[in-house]
Ligand binder design. Structure first.
Ligand SMILES: [Zn+2]
Length: 197
């Protein structure tokens, strides 16, 4: 039987996506080998993670200080909002250098199978942004999955009373494709060829 703290470490590591018991054990044994300095540093990092990395109240992106590098950047196109599922997707899109507008992170998608609904407060926030910032295009950059489709339709409905163009990425890829698995060039093309939705 493993010592109690080791078990605890494995338990936490297993919470990470794609990490099963075997991988968690491997990670845990590697972590034990880290120097005292490194482990202390990691400890402090974890301790202050929620304090030092915060969410922008407008777009939901992770930011380090009070200013958001997207919302507070007047070099960006303030007429466009791109809706994504997570900050990770913002990062992917930024890498393609195809888009220069604002973002709106949903965090959770509608999942008809799991019975998960969307965060109404987040949609209300989106509506207010569209209304108050004279946005002319809302680009939906969600995965081509059941969840992505259901959420896209919902957003389209919710925004139907606003004078705004709604478009969705032109995947041209098999249904079930996640943005995560698309290379930068394909993602960039999907963005450029986005279609009215
Ligand atoms: Zn922001």
């Amino acid at each position: 039987m493993y010592p109690k703290d080791l078990l605890k470490l494995i338990h936490y590591l297993k919470k990470l996506p794609g990490v099963g018991t075997k991988t968690a054990e491997r990670f845990a044994f590697e972590l034990i080998k880290f120097s005292d300095f490194e482990l202390n540093d990691i400890g402090n990092l974890f301790k202050n993670l929620k304090k030092n990395i915060i969410y922008c109240e407008i777009c939901g992106c992770l930011i380090a200080q009070d200013t958001c590098k997207f919302c507070d950047n007047n070099l960006r196109d303030s007429k466009k909002i791109c809706i994504v599922a997570s900050f990770k997707d913002v990062f992917l899109l930024e890498k393609t250098k195809t888009y220069n507008g604002f973002y709106h992170i949903l965090e959770n998608l509608i999942s008809p199978i799991e019975g998960k609904e969307i965060d109404e407060k987040n949609i209300l926030k989106l509506k207010k942004r569209v209304e108050n910032s004279s946005i002319n295009e809302v680009i939906i950059a969600l995965d081509s999955t059941i969840q992505g489709d259901a959420t896209s339709l919902y957003i389209k409905e919710e925004l139907s009373s606003y004078k705004v163009n709604i478009s969705r990425l032109a995947f041209g890829l098999p249904v079930g494709t996640s943005l995560d698995y698309i290379d930068g060039t394909t993602l960039s093309q999907a963005f450029i060829k986005r279609q009215s939705f």
